[in-house]
Ligand binder design. Structure first.
Ligand code: NAD
Length: 463
């Protein structure tokens, strides 16, 4: 089992907890992680009459209860004489809100009516999932504006929720089917999405296979930077879900790489990904290890480095090193792996990369890093439609503050401050990034491409 990171062990010690309490820092809520659905009831609301969310829950074998509505007749009088909104008999595990049918400003009142009682009833680690319609598929200006209002509504709810509860929004197309949405619903309802909060992304339409618990059985997944930190967690998570993992890392990290790959019965490839022949070396490893017909199902570009300096002090070496490892290497590897060679990426495969909230919002001292991480976002969006004819999806995660060896170099107080500047009031774990990538790469996520999902607990930075 991986050990709890140093910073977290330190935080859990009585001395540090006492100091944090004295400094007025509340203990962050414990996030419930893993492949488990909420045990508490799921409430469903469909103001406007949309069917997409209801049919998706049915497909997943989940039976929601009808959401209560805060209308005058349903209110009761409290002991203080004030009218109280209707109350659910138990805590709720989730509220699923399908607003795809809403078109007018007046109809937004229907949304308030279901939100008020449901948000009051949401239990620890509860979920709010809003399913809306992508505005570009609508003609009417009022309908477009009304659909866009859910961006602000969802992000605000995310900031108001406590106790590890999250709110996220899914944009859908008229063609999006329950099968297209199922993997995303499953991910959002389960503990796998514990640190994904306040985010919105689009679910399109594709020929989507049925959801499975071992989606990667019989599939090869390459993970770069897998000797430690986030890359090691990604390797373990894909292996848990059935993948044969090829772990790639620097020769100097060979020992750590071998330990992770032995643990998950993967294979290790010691390689500097910034060398021009890196893609060819990966393909050659795959065929020599798994046979001439073997192909890569997914590559997860995780290896990355930091060389921070204020731009006033940034020399060409620091600049070039970060752009080479964090950006240019991905172009070169993908070019080689996509050219149809044995051991390359199969049609119907996946390309995944790790951006960063620094690439989204900028970060002092990180022009080189932010350039690379921002460029990756542009690349994902542009590459997805180009590879769609081959059935290959391209997606990214943008982690916020994740507790790893990379962040351990930040001074304690600064680290404590950064890690709490989000709705979850804590840093994330490598497994949070890994679970999101495993969801995006899932064969059942075929309708999700060109997306960037932040894994940041709804960080204030760049929110
Ligand atoms: N930790 C965070 O808070 C955070 C936040 C946002 C994004 N990220 C991104 O997540 C990824 C992983 O971060 P981490 O915190 O686990 O980092 P880490 O430093 O703990 O691990 C990075 C791994 O990449 C390997 N690597 C570096 N250069 C390489 C090269 N040229 N060839 C092969 N392997 C190489 C390293 O040996 C190491 O094992 C990076 O891309 C990073 O930019 C991390």
């Amino acid at each position: 089992m991986p050990r709890m990171p140093m910073i977290e062990r330190l935080y859990r010690t009585p001395v540090v907890q006492a100091v944090a309490k004295k400094a007025g820092l509340p203990e962050p809520p414990r996030l419930v992680r893993g492949r488990i659905y909420p045990t508490l009831p799921i409430a469903l609301a469909t103001p406007g009459g949309g069917r997409l969310a209801a049919d998706t829950l049915t497909l997943l074998g989940l039976s929601p209860t009808e959401a209560l509505r805060d209308v005058p007749d349903a209110r009761t009088q409290g002991e203080d004489g004030r009218a109280k909104p209707p109350a659910y008999p138990t805590k709720l595990g989730a509220l699923v809100l399908d607003v795809t049918g809403l078109r007018t400003i007046d109809e937004l009142e229907l949304v308030r009516q279901v939100l008020r009682p449901a948000v009051r009833a949401l239990g620890n680690g509860g979920r709010v999932i809003v399913v809306a319609r992508t505005e570009t598929t609508l003609d009417d200006l009022e309908a477009i504006s009304v659909q866009h209002s859910f961006d602000g509504i969802m992000r605000t709810i995310g900031k108001e929720l406590r106790a590890g509860a999250t709110a996220n929004l899914l944009w859908t197309l008229p063609e999006t089917t329950p099968a297209d949405l199922a993997s995303t619903f499953s991910f959002l309802l389960q503990g796998r999405s514990a640190y994904v909060d306040g985010q919105a992304w689009t679910i399109g339409h594709a020929d989507t296979p049925v959801l499975s618990d071992q989606p990667y059985a019989g599939r090869i997944v390459v993970v770069t930077g897998s000797a430690r930190g986030i890359g090691a967690a990604i390797s373990r998570t894909f292996a848990r879900d059935g993948a044969t993992v090829v772990g790639v890392d620097m020769p100097a990290s060979g020992e750590g790489l071998a330990a992770v790959m032995n643990e998950i019965k993967g294979s290790a490839l010691q390689l500097d990904i910034s060398t021009p022949e890196a893609g060819a070396r990966i393909a050659a490893h795959v065929t020599s290890r798994y046979g001439d017909d073997a192909r890569v199902f997914a590559i997860v570009h995780c290896a990355g480095i930091l060389r921070d300096k204020l731009v006033a002090n940034m020399d060409e070496k620091l600049w070039a090193a970060v752009l080479k490892v964090n950006l240019a290497s991905q172009f070169a590897m993908d070019d080689a792996l996509l050219d149809g060679r044995p051991g390359g990426i199969a049609d119907g495969g996946r390309i995944l990369t790790i951006s960063s909230t620094s690439g989204w919002a900028g970060s002092r001292g990180q022009t080189n890093y932010a350039a690379a991480k921002s460029a990756l976002i542009g690349r994902v969006r542009a590459l997805a439609p180009r590879l769609a004819p081959r059935g290959i999806t391209v997606n990214a995660v943008a982690p916020g503050f994740i507790v790893t060896d990379m962040t351990a170099s930040i001074p304690f107080l600064e680290r404590e401050m950064f890690s709490r500047m989000n709705s979850a009031q804590q840093g994330g774990k490598p497994v949070d990034v890994a679970e999101t990538l495993a969801y995006l790469a899932d064969p059942a996520s075929q309708a999700v491409t060109g997306q960037v999902v932040r894994v940041c607990g709804q960080a204030i930075l760049g929110a």
